[in-house]
Design a protein around this ligand. Structure first.
Ligand code: 1BN
Ligand code: ZN
Length: 318
């Protein structure tokens, strides 16, 4: 029933540069969904604010300052904010202090949606064409800030508009410190969270992970593990997103945060920019010093935020 509703309810995938147009709905059934359109420009400004701290590499002052800002920013929009502080072990076998920052909306609602993005940035631009940049950190406008920006703006709009759904926004740390051929060295914050969820017995309906959701030429195809673990929900998201950068094709596989969430028993979808025409499988700026604000777009952020608003509107009707 839930998926049926998602499949038949469709809000225009709107463009993104303003939030003043109250978008009404098109629906293939008699259901009507009302939601203001997502403000992609505001999301872009939130990405800029993260980048203004510099690369958010764990165990650096910029990372610590950004953690405080993310906490304060979420507190303005959420009912509760939990900062999960922990020590994890890196791929190099070293202890690392991390912070998962969790915003809870409608804590007593039973029907819940989990939304995730990683907020840390990679310490090494080791895919840069210039070897001299391989020891420099990545700014992470796309790989880090973009997904967080969409979730911060979403929380802001939900605070203004209200929602009956329970929503948990988990900004995970230390996703991007991994080394090749060592799956467990990636997604350290998420791995910690799956062992220590912020609520005992936590069981949302679904999860949605955003990763690299800002490129102007993004291609959001349906990622392999998302289809494997949560196929119906993945298809429903793509249908309700209704085109734009959401491409009606199945894409490649990425061992991203959502894989660990799925293994913990929560069906979770990764909205991620996948490029079948590139050697890495990702956009050209991936893990290079070019992952900067000039290479992300308010329009793309707006489409992703609108897709989330559409999903939330559908789940609210259950
Ligand atoms: C996504 C963005 N990822 C890292 N930055 C996940 C990933 C893990 C990608 C392993 C490739 C290999
Ligand atoms: Zn990365």
């Amino acid at each position: 029933m839930l998926l049926a509703t998602l499949l038949t309810t469709c809000v225009n995938s709107g463009s993104s540069s303003s939030n003043d147009a109250a978008v009404d709905t098109t629906s293939t059934t008699s259901q009507t969904v009302h939601r203001n359109s997502f403000d992609g420009q505001a999301a872009l400004a939130l990405a800029q604010q993260q980048c203004d701290f510099g690369p958010r590499v764990p165990a650096t002052p910029a990372h610590a300052k950004c953690a405080d800002w993310l906490t304060t920013t979420l507190q303005a929009s959420c009912d509760t904010v939990i900062v999960q502080q922990a020590s994890v072990t890196t791929g190099q076998g070293k202890p690392l202090g991390i912070k998962n920052i969790i915003g809870v909306i409608n804590p007593s609602a039973e029907q819940r949606l989990l939304l995730l993005a990683h907020w840390d940035t990679r310490p090494w631009a080791d895919n840069d064409p210039d070897q001299a940049n391989h020891t420099k950190p990545v700014m992470g406008a796309n790989d880090g800030a973009s997904g967080v920006a969409v979730l911060l703006q979403l929380a802001r709009q939900l605070k203004a508009e209200g929602t009956t759904l329970g929503i948990d926004i988990v900004l995970v740390d230390a996703e991007d410190m991994g080394i090749n051929d060592d799956e467990e060295s990636w997604c350290l914050g998420t791995q910690y969270w799956t062992q220590h969820p912020h609520v005992a017995g936590y069981k949302p309906l679904f999860g949605i992970l955003l990763d690299m959701v800002g490129a102007p030429d993004a291609r959001f195809t349906r990622e392999y593990y998302s289809m494997y673990y949560a196929g119906g929900f993945t298809e429903a998201i793509w249908r309700s997103a209704n085109g734009g950068h959401f491409i009606n094709e199945n894409g490649g596989a990425v061992t991203d945060d959502h894989v660990f969430i799925n293994r913990a028993g929560i069906p979770c979808v990764d909205i991620i920019d996948l490029r079948s025409d590139s050697e890495t499988g990702f956009c050209p700026a991936w893990h290079t010093v070019d992952d900067t604000m000039e290479h992300i777009s308010a329009t793309t952020l707006g489409e992703v935020g609108q897709a989330l608003l559409n999903v939330i509107a559908s789940l609210e009707q259950e």
